[in-house]
Design a protein around this ligand. Structure first.
Ligand SMILES: *Cc1c(COP(=O)(O)O)cnc(C)c1O
Length: 380
């Protein structure tokens, strides 16, 4: 097969930039001209525009997604020993901040089709010490927020949504009402890491809430626990979104829905190409969420994944394993409560998933080249 002319990337940020270069360059230059590097006008404007887009009362921009999660947990006054339930199948940041604050991460398994946190497993894990649930909207699709909010209400728990991979995704309640990911729980946290659906040109993140009192507290914690200048009411951190990043994000926010469409188009192409192949399970769509395809993740059955990746690398096709090791088997999170075999779905997923290139600039020629080669190896 002829190789495609452009180098294939997991995420093609360069081509995306080239399409919005004039706008982005002008916005960056404007920040430099005004030397408004910290808390410049673009930060406030981005905050307001994102509040409107998400239909949420408060957006608090911060330095990155991990900080967002940490500040959210600090704002809820969680105390050492409090239990926080989250998914075993996620990026490490989710569990990391729980552990860093001296809280007790309680891991639960996920659903084998949609990769989202298992509701029955959450319910089973709730104890009198449980204070919060942290659902992760993994790979661009919402967790079952309606069921999670019902559980939270019943047991009086906070819900912190980790929507780092799903900015712009939308949850549909059983009465038909729709709400954006991150605006349903007590607090939502996202990341603007460059490869995320809404990504800047460095690090960035934000916290969402509809609660006025919490919003104030979050702002204070993110700014050294300061209420008025040089008056510190609580121990805080220094976590700000750079003005340059905010200026870039304002432009990219305007394209976010089109970017989601482009990702869905690529996902549809992949779905069609792999349909009916019994060695490949394509990602299932949850009935309560749309999908913004942060990742397009397949599950392989009876395929040597390592050999497949080597084959793809030889064809200049990148592919990634998100995630290769469940949290409960990571050295940093080893815990006598958990052992191999405790989370069978996550363990099976870690052994069988593979993510294909997914971004906003994939054309049919590239998608055909990827799927033709992928199928050539799988069907061999
Ligand atoms: C990226 C990511 C984070 C962390 O975001 P950073 O901005 O890199 O700190 C947290 N949770 C999930 C699920 C992520 O994918």
């Amino acid at each position: 097969m002829e190789k495609v002319s452009k180098k294939i990337q997991m995420v093609d940020l360069k081509s995306q930039y080239e399409n919005i270069k004039t706008e982005v360059d002008a916005a960056i230059q404007n920040v430099i001209n005004n030397t408004a590097f910290i808390n410049g006008p673009d930060v406030k404007l981005f905050q307001t525009e994102l509040e409107q887009y998400l239909n949420v009362k408060h957006v608090i921009p911060v330095a990155n997604g991990t900080d967002a999660l940490q500040i959210a947990m600090m704002a809820l006054d969680l105390k050492p020993g409090d239990e926080v339930i989250t998914a075993d199948f996620t990026y490490v940041a989710t569990a990391e901040v729980i552990a860093l604050l001296g809280l007790k991460p309680v891991l639960v398994d996920v659903n084998p089709n949609t990769f989202d946190i298992d509701i029955a497993a959450i319910e089973k894990a709730i104890t009198p010490k449980t204070k919060a649930i942290v659902p992760v909207h993994l790979f661009g699709q919402c967790a079952n927020m309606e069921a999670i909010m019902a559980l939270a209400k019943k047991h009086n728990l906070f819900v912190i949504e980790d929507t780092a991979q799903a900015t712009g995704a939308e949850f549909t309640f059983s009465d038909g009402k729709k709400q954006k990911a991150g605006t349903i729980g007590t607090i939502g946290c996202t990341s603007f890491f460059p490869s995320k659906n809404l990504g800047c040109f460095g690090d960035g993140g934000a916290i969402f809430t509809n609660d006025e009192v919490l919003a104030k507290k979050i702002k204070m914690i993110a700014n050294h626990g300061q209420s008025v200048q040089y008056v510190h009411d609580s121990i805080g951190v220094n976590s700000r979104l750079d003005t340059i990043q905010a200026a870039i994000l304002r432009i990219k926010l305007g394209h976010l829905d089109d970017y989601a469409k482009a990702r869905n188009k690529a996902a549809d192409y992949y779905d069609k190409a792999f349909a009916g192949n019994e060695k490949i399970k394509t990602p299932a769509r949850a009935k309560f969420s749309n999908h913004v395809f942060h990742q397009y993740t397949l599950q392989l059955k009876g395929v040597d994944r390592t050999a497949l990746r080597e084959f793809l690398t030889g064809k200049d096709i990148p592919a990634m394993i998100y995630y290769p090791i469940p949290l409960h088997l990571q050295k940093a999170y080893v815990d006598p409560r958990y052992k191999q075999g405790d989370f069978p779905v996550t363990e099976a997923l870690c052994a069988s998933v593979i993510s294909l290139p997914m971004h906003t600039e994939l054309d049919e020629e590239t998608l055909k080249y990827i799927t033709d080669n992928f199928l050539e190896f799988v069907n061999k």
